[in-house]
Design a protein around this ligand. Sequence first.
Ligand SMILES: [Zn+2]
Length: 200
Amino acid sequence: MGNAFVRALLLSGGMDSAALANWIKPDLAISVDYGQIPAAGEMRAARAIAGHLGIPHEVVVTDTRGLGLGTMSQAAQRPSVAPEWWPLRNQLLLTLAVMRLERVGAGEVFIGTVGSDSEHSDGTPKFIASFNGLLEAQRSLIRVSAPAISMSSEQLIRQSGISRDLLGWTISCHASDVGCGECRGCNKHIEVRATLDSAS
Ligand SMILES: [Zn+2]
C-alpha cells in the first residue's frame, strides 16, 4: 500500500465544483468548514452531491473565522477588493487537501476554478502554477489541477453533464447558509441557471 494515486476534489457545494465532481468522478471529495458564514449550507450541499454521485466525502474543519474578511465573515472588507474576498482562501483550502492526500503519498487535487474567478488573484492560472511550484519545492508528489480554468460556469456545467436535479442541490451564497438571493454568489447562481434554462 502507499502507492495508490488518489484523485481528490475540493467540493464547496457550489455549482462549479459540483459540475466538476460529476465530470471527473474523483475518488474522494473534500469539503472545508473554515469558519465561513455559509459553512453549514455548503457542507449540507456537498454531502448531498457527493452522496448522490457515490463519492466518499470528508469534511475538514478548521476555524479561521477570526481571520476572515468580507461577506463570508463578520469583518468589514478592505476597500477595492471583491466583497467576498477572504485572504489566502484557496491557498488554505488546497493546503489542507494536500495535507490529507499526503497520507496516501501521491495524487491530484482538483479545484473547480472557472474563468470568471480570475477576478480573484487566487482564481488565476498563475496562482495554480505557483501553488504547484510550491508543492514541487516541498518534494510533494501531489499536484493541483483546475481543468475548467478557461471555461465559463455554463461551459463547465454542459461539459460535465450534471443533471438539473443535482444542480438544484448546490448553494453559492456568501452571506447565509440557505441562500440569501442577494449576494454576488446567489446572483451568479441565478444568472447561470437562467442562461442554461434559456438555452435548453
Ligand atoms: Zn447569497
